[in-house]
Unconditional design. Structure first.
Length: 192
């Protein structure tokens, strides 16, 4: 996968793509453990068998076409510089979807993207902190863009963009624009 509309200096310049993986978030942590990861690396997968949600929940990415990716950013800043980062990420996601598709989604704090109280996306933000300094940031993003079939346990609380709006989101375009906006925001936060 190549992100043609990428305007970043580092985010998304190194992409690891899978047709299927247990979890993009877990893969980033494995790469960190093996000291085999570049700043700005994205791990993208069409299907996740054990996608990682908050509080140990599973994020279901079992149909092709949904958005599932995680990324790694090296940092060296006080933890206070990252306050509210998950909400900022949610705002970026909603902004892109509204700008490109004229769809207005909502944020359910702390980390959900929803439409009419049904979850469309989620964000998992994890960090490595040493003495109150953030050394790196690992963020996972899952968005139900095309999913049609939801299991009984989540069918009343989850939905997708295609199901609600009958629109297909261009995954590569979305991820490119996300990287462009997120990189600007994270650089600004570290420099303030």
């Amino acid at each position: 996968m190549q992100l043609k509309k990428l305007k970043t200096n580092f985010l998304g310049r190194n992409i690891i793509y899978y047709k299927e993986i247990d979890s993009t978030q877990c893969e980033i942590w494995r790469l960190i453990k093996n000291r085999n990861i570049l700043n700005g690396t994205l791990v993208i997968s069409e299907i996740q068998t054990k996608g990682k949600g908050t509080h140990g929940r599973i994020w279901h990415t079992d149909e092709k076409g949904d958005i599932a990716f995680s990324f790694f950013v090296q940092m060296d800043c006080n933890i206070t510089k990252l306050e509210g980062i998950t909400i900022e990420i949610a705002k970026i996601i909603n902004e892109i979807i509204e700008e490109q598709y004229n769809i207005k989604l909502e944020i359910k704090e702390p980390n959900d993207i929803v439409y009419r109280n049904k979850k469309i996306g989620g964000i998992l933000t994890e960090t490595k902190i040493i003495s109150e300094n953030v050394k790196y940031l690992v963020v996972g993003i899952g968005i139900n863009t095309r999913k049609q079939n939801f299991s009984k346990d989540i069918e009343n609380v989850a939905t997708s963009i295609r199901k609600e709006f009958n629109i297909d989101i261009d995954t590569e375009e979305f991820i490119s624009e996300f990287c462009n906006k997120f990189e600007c925001m994270i650089i600004q936060r570290q420099s303030n």
